[in-house]
Design a protein around this ligand. Structure first.
Ligand SMILES: *[C@@H]1O[C@H](CO)[C@@H](O)[C@H](O)[C@H]1NC(C)=O
Ligand SMILES: *[C@@H]1O[C@H](CO)[C@@H](O)[C@H](O)[C@H]1NC(C)=O
Ligand SMILES: *[C@@H]1O[C@H](CO)[C@@H](O)[C@H](O)[C@H]1NC(C)=O
Ligand SMILES: *[C@@H]1O[C@H](CO)[C@@H](O)[C@H](O)[C@H]1NC(C)=O
Length: 339
């Protein structure tokens, strides 16, 4: 086999995998005449009478929310405070979506969220928070606080069902993260990308399956760090400051891992991965050597790498530096992207 058989597909790979949580699958924003007890400025579609839409209304505060509403949308307004009694008539609210407002922590009064005993989804993306909001109700499943100015996480104690935590695009350092999140028994999805972490937080819940840490300043990985997460499938560490010396030998030899993104770092060698890994992104590093042992410790009829997509573009590899036995090891690869 020669290099002309390599394919050069860039765009397709990015969308190849990853676990995404579909936010707005229900209820759909269907506009029509409002249900009789809707807030006058908002819209409660007859087909979804438990949903109230108050998006893009230049609201400065939370409108009157009538009993019976379970899904409340308040996106793209100018809400800069929430009164203690704002949701007093809708204590069975399940979704509260407050993205693109001007909320600050000091202007969210009392235990306004923890009183909502049925709340499953709380989104306060694109606001002016400097800390995570608390206290939160134990029913919470999905918390999104992205694109704020959060430097500190408050207590997440007792949130036994919290599964998805989105904290990307804030100003978090590693120090408060582990203490805040360590008791979250159901945590599966944690996005800490685009923050200011220099180290990996210790003591996170071992239930994590998706862990995004790209665009931080992480330079090394503690021994056996990722092996503590027994079901870790998707890991992104691109755009950090990783070098070979910061990565102990078996850091990424995690048998549950399906996707690993180490692109845009300063690696000279290919870190060893488990044979089960399917998508491996290593573009834009300083890799000058392709060692088959990074993928296959031994080669045999039943012993080979499950890699489907491998990106190596933007490195220092040349065609002649590729060993012939790489094809035996990477025998099920669809795409290996070189320069
Ligand atoms: C809750 O309902 C009562 C009775 O209808 C009403 O007086 C009060 O203003 C409502 N509160 C809010 C915050 O909408
Ligand atoms: C809130 O955030 C917006 C956009 O980032 C910014 O323009 C505004 O000055 C902030 N307001 C306060 C009070 O911090
Ligand atoms: C957590 O979720 C389970 C399953 O949906 C539910 O039965 C339980 O009541 C929830 N716990 C809390 C504290 O809401
Ligand atoms: C990964 O670790 C396992 C033990 O968990 C070991 O048997 C295997 O050889 C390692 N893989 C590589 C490529 O070194």
């Amino acid at each position: 086999m020669n290099l002309s058989k390599f394919t050069f597909l860039l765009a397709l790979i990015g969308g190849a995998s990853g676990q995404y949580y579909d936010d707005y699958e229900f209820p759909m924003s269907i506009y029509g005449p409002s249900s009789p007890n809707c807030a006058p400025e908002c819209n409660c579609p007859p087909s979804y009478p438990t949903a109230m839409y108050c998006d893009e209304l230049k609201l400065k505060s939370v409108p009157m929310v009538p009993p019976g509403i379970k899904y409340l949308y308040l996106r793209n307004n100018q809400i800069d405070h929430i009164d203690e009694k704002a949701f007093e008539n809708v204590t069975d609210l399940q979704w509260l979506i407050l993205d693109h407002n001007l909320l600050e922590n000091s202007k969210i009064k009392g235990k306004v969220f923890s009183k909502l005993k049925q709340l499953k989804k709380l989104h306060i993306n694109y606001n002016n928070l400097t800390e995570s909001v608390s206290p939160l109700p134990k029913s919470l499943v999905d918390l999104q606080l992205t694109h704020n100015k959060i430097t500190k996480l408050g207590s997440f104690d007792g949130l036994v069902n919290l599964t998805f935590v989105h904290l990307q695009n804030n100003q978090l350092k590693d120090d408060t993260i582990a203490a805040a999140l360590k008791g979250l028994k159901s945590l599966e999805y944690l996005d800490l990308s685009f923050n200011q972490m220099t180290k990996l937080p210790m003591g996170l819940p071992t239930s994590l399956q998706t862990f995004y840490l790209d665009n931080n300043k992480i330079s090394n990985i503690p021994d056996e760090y990722f092996n503590q997460f027994k079901g870790l499938q998707y890991l992104r560490l691109s755009h950090n400051e990783l070098t070979d010396s910061g990565i102990p030998g078996n850091s990424f030899n995690v048998s549950s891992l399906v996707e690993l993104d180490l692109s845009y770092n300063k690696l000279k060698n290919i870190p060893t991965v488990n044979e089960n890994l399917e998508n491996y992104y290593l573009e834009v590093n300083e890799i000058e050597k392709f060692d088959v042992k990074s993928f296959c410790k031994i080669l045999g009829p039943l012993s080979y790498s499950k890699i489907k997509h491998l990106r190596l573009d933007g490195n220092r590899l040349t065609q002649t530096s590729l060993p012939p036995d790489m094809y035996e090891c990477l025998r099920v690869a669809n795409e290996i992207t070189m320069n």
